[in-house]
Design a protein around this ligand. Structure first.
Ligand code: NAI
Ligand code: MG
Length: 365
């Protein structure tokens, strides 16, 4: 078996700071668990602009297309605000997503017991929560034509079009079912088939993919508005939630905040399977480059660490090692180790980015 390849793009602001801790953890897996990766590190965002005058060099794009997985820190910073739109750091990230055709965005909502009091919901409702939202990312109302603001009968009209092809629904449904097989075998698909034709098609195609190729999965359907209520009422009824771009945008943000801090939230974006059967994949924390705390050693590396855990599970078939890493994070939190974003009172003294990395490594040992 060839050594799997991993492209690491630390990016800007706190990106390189949190990624440095992930590098130490990757080294631990190499030394202690015999898990080695062929790692290349490269530039994205403002860091790439500073070096090459563009937010993503063509050579980096080519490396991303070849890699078994991409792990990205964060991009952006106030020093790039005045750049032309096409040169902004975020364009580097968008180019990666677009050219790799990453159509399935995975946003877990996982509530570590030690952080359950961070939630706006009751501890019982969220403690131990571990669900996954699969959001379609490359189509739907954010991309459908026609769109724009037009003049009609003496007033302006804003237009966006929800549009999904069977093929677009089919591929994201498969991604969700594959994921469910690596989790608890349960998918709830959400749309508004009661009022939208695109929702009727969505439900129809998801059911057909299920019946043909994933009959082992427990599939249910729910209207997305009811789904929003159920997420807040009793989120533990779900495992994988499959939904479109617009509803997924809303539902994943709701689900994320059931569980606490931005510094804890990982994500993955998956594309079509490559020749080796692995999906094209990019893993990244949900947070940005946090210029307000960059360079101060204050950033919480957990979101990036947990993004690497997702890579272990979903790109490298190392579910047991992913759990090992997630359990180490859980243990550290239970011990009361807190970066500044996880503080609940003024009196506590926070640990540094590196301190959190040290604690995770110690827990892994
Ligand atoms: P942000 O996520 O960078 O920061 C929001 C707040 O959360 C800040 O107060 C920050 O200090 C805190 N925070 C974020 N991550 C943290 C962590 N790991 N540990 C501790 N505290 C953390 O979002 P913001 O401020 O809106 O954007 C800053 C820059 O990041 C902008 O240039 C924006 O365009 C970019 N951005 C990039 C993203 C990406 O690379 N995927 C996503 C979101 C924003
Ligand atoms: Mg959003």
């Amino acid at each position: 078996m060839t050594t799997p390849s991993l492209l690491i793009l630390p990016g800007d602001g706190i990106g390189p700071e949190v990624m440095a801790e992930v590098r130490r953890i990757i080294d631990w897996f190499g030394a202690r668990r015999g898990l080695t990766f062929d790692i290349t590190e490269d530039l994205v965002g403002g860091a790439a602009y500073d070096a090459h005058g563009v937010p993503l060099a063509d050579a980096t794009m080519a490396r991303a297309q070849q890699a078994d997985a991409v792990l990205l820190g964060a991009v952006g910073g106030p020093q790039y605000d005045t750049l032309d739109f096409s040169l902004k750091p975020e364009r580097g990230l968008l180019r990666l997503r677009k050219e790799m055709d990453l159509f399935a965005n995975l946003r877990p909502a996982q509530c570590f017991d030690a952080l359950a009091d961070f939630s706006s919901l009751k501890r019982d409702v969220v403690a131990g929560l571990d669900i996954m939202i699969v959001r379609e990312l490359t189509s739907g109302v954010y991309f459908g034509q026609p769109r724009g603001i037009v003049e009609e009968g003496g007033q302006r009209v804003g237009i966006n079009t929800q549009r999904y092809t069977e093929a677009e629904i089919d591929r994201v449904a498969r991604a969700a079912f594959e994921l469910a097989r690596k989790r608890n075998g349960k998918v709830c698909s959400m749309e508004k088939a009661n009022v939208m034709e695109s929702g009727i098609l969505w439900r129809d195609v998801v059911q057909a993919v299920h019946d043909a190729d994933y009959p082992d999965i427990d599939l249910s359907h729910m209207y997305a508005d009811a789904g929003g209520m159920q997420l807040c009422r009793w989120p533990k009824q779900f495992d994988v939630i499959l939904t479109d771009n617009l509803f997924g945008d809303l539902l994943s943000d709701v689900a994320a905040m059931l569980t606490g801090s931005l510094g804890m939230l990982p994500s993955a974006s998956l594309g079509a399977p490559m020749e080796n059967g692995r999906p094209k994949a990019m893993y990244e924390p949900v947070h940005g480059s946090a210029p307000d705390i960059a360079g101060q050693g204050k950033a919480n590396p957990c979101a990036c660490v947990l993004s690497f855990a997702m890579a272990l599970r979903y790109s490298f078939d190392q579910g047991a090692e992913a759990s090992r890493l997630e359990k180490a994070v859980e243990k550290v939190l239970a011990e009361g180790v807190r970066t500044v974003d996880l503080m609940q009172s003024e009196g506590e003294s926070p640990t540094s980015t590196q301190g959190m990395g040290d604690a995770i490594l110690a827990a892994l040992d």
